[in-house]
Design a protein around this ligand. Structure first.
Ligand code: UDP
Ligand code: 7WV
Length: 455
């Protein structure tokens, strides 16, 4: 293996959570298909708690974020965890680079999550090509870029907000760190800090595709050259160009595909609502209750991912009472579910991966965003991509059961719903085109590789 003539060796360093690992892992597989060796560096904690899929064409290695035993979510504070990740991450990343130095395939390029801007400094210390890989929409990145450079002053005192290349945005459409001043200051600093390093990065990659946000990509390209390379969905679900690429292959939680598929396969086409709030779900008891009652009251079947940490928030006896109408699971293979014909709509928190997966598989959505970039993505789902509705939130911050039922009906059975379906199919076609040979994302991947590879 070590003697194989690779065109180069890239090291991919994701922020160590599911929603950031998936896209960088998939992108690495693309690079392997272009003749490169790719190593994905996870944390020791992640490496010790799960098994990467053996069929994967990637190598796996580790750095430490300083939380080898319990993971960084166990840290005393967000601020402390990010600092520790920087100190120990920088040191162990350097060790990893050194370890590869005198081998047949030393590291030529580091692709880092800009949530970890220190990775670029380490790369530069070793004279290695460094590429930032953004895991949120170009729109959201551009908003943060504006704030970081003082072009958008906070707190926002007049609305709507105009940013070149973006539709006019209301306060509620902005990322939560902006619309809810003072919320998660350490994370807000982290998302703004993404731009502390991009001027020095040798390339800036974004997991989106040009057609989804052409004006945002064009606007941002005026300040730094951005290369949209997405969607980073396993090839099996798009153009099927990569062999054996039908799963992300690094799942932090176990799913029971057999149970989900069997259940879905007994349901008529387009008859099931799929619900998930992603890997960091943390809803209030009241919100869980409103969702539960809405589902019970609606006439549609549903498949609901309720993570173990959220289960206690379900109304008592809910699972028994719904019978065969609904299936509640702790985790699923979301791509498998979304591509099942039985699914008619995805009620989602609008995490960027989930949204991109729904667009790529042509599934219309009900957006129930919770925080971070999800609010902005939900705005686009409804008003830009026109593939669904965004649920209205009451003064108490809750989306009430009547609103949930209304949104579900809009998507599942209204005239507008037919348009959502048509538009979703269109986005699927465009996503396939973007990653296929000669498509915009495919060309950008080639351009990226040519920046650090000689042959
Ligand atoms: N996911 C999954 N099974 C589930 C729920 C989610 O495989 O039951 C995957 C989903 O396909 C996506 C990722 O987890 O790739 C979640 O990322 P996203 O950006 O949507 O949300 P986050 O977890 O970062 O909030
Ligand atoms: C995890 C922690 C903080 C943030 C995110 C994930 C995200 O939005 O991707 Br800001």
């Amino acid at each position: 293996m070590e003697n194989k003539a690779y065109r180069g060796h890239v090291l991919a360093l994701p922020f160590p959570i599911q929603g950031h690992i998936n896209p960088l892992l998939q992108f690495s597989k693309h690079l392997v298909s272009k003749g490169l060796k790719a190593t994905l560096a996870t944390t020791r904690f992640i490496h010790n708690t799960m098994q990467p899929q053996s069929s994967s064409s990637l190598q796996f290695d580790t750095i430490s974020d300083g939380y080898d035993e319990g993971g960084f979510a166990q840290a005393e504070s967000i601020h402390a965890s990010l600092n520790r990740m920087e100190t120990i991450g920088s040191k162990t990343l350097a060790d990893l680079i050194i370890k590869n130095k005198n081998t047949a395939n030393p590291i030529d390029c580091i692709i880092y999550d800009p949530f970890l801007p220190w990775a670029l400094e380490v790369a530069k210390k070793f004279g290695i090509f460094g590429a930032a890989f953004f895991t949120q929409t170009c729109t959201v990145n551009f908003i943060y870029h504006h704030v970081h450079h003082g072009l958008l002053k906070l707190p926002i005192t007049s609305t709507p907000i105009s940013i070149p290349g973006l539709p006019v945005l209301e306060l509620d459409d902005m990322p939560s760190f902006i619309s809810v001043p003072g919320s998660y200051p350490a994370y807000f600093e982290m998302v703004l800090n993404q731009f502390s390093s991009t001027d020095k990065a040798d390339a800036v990659l974004v997991n989106t595709f040009y057609e989804l946000e052409p004006e945002a990509v064009d606007s941002m390209s005026k300040v730094c050259q951005v290369l949209p390379i997405g969607p980073t969905i396993p090839s099996f679900y798009l153009d099927k160009r990569l062999e054996n690429d039908n799963d992300y292959g690094l799942n932090l939680l176990l799913s029971d595909s057999f149970v989900c598929n069997n259940w879905l396969n007994t349901k008529p086409e387009g008859s099931v609502i799929y619900l998930s709030f992603g890997s960091m779900a943390s809803l209030s008891n009241k919100q869980m209750e409103e969702l539960a009652f809405a589902l019970k009251g609606s006439k549609f079947h549903f498949l609901w991912v309720v993570m173990a940490s959220e289960e206690a928030k379900l109304p008592k006896k809910f699972v028994e009472e719904i019978g065969n109408k609904g299936l509640v699971v702790q985790w699923c293979s979301q791509l498998e579910v979304l591509s099942n014909k039985a699914i008619g709509c995805f009620l989602t928190h609008c995490g960027w991966n989930s949204t991109l997966e729904a667009l790529s598989l042509g599934v219309p959505m009900v957006g129930v965003p919770q925080w971070t970039d999800q609010t902005t993505t939900a705005k686009y789902v409804q008003d830009v991509w026109k593939v669904g509705v965004r649920a209205k939130v009451c003064e108490n911050g809750i989306v009430e059961r009547e609103e949930i039922e209304f949104c579900i009906k809009e998507v599942m059975e209204s005239e507008r719903g037919k348009d959502f379906q048509k538009n979703a199919k269109k986005w699927r076609e465009l996503a396939i085109k973007a990653v296929s040979e000669g498509g915009n994302s495919d060309k950008n991947i080639d351009e990226f590789v040519s920046k650090f590879v000689n042959s």
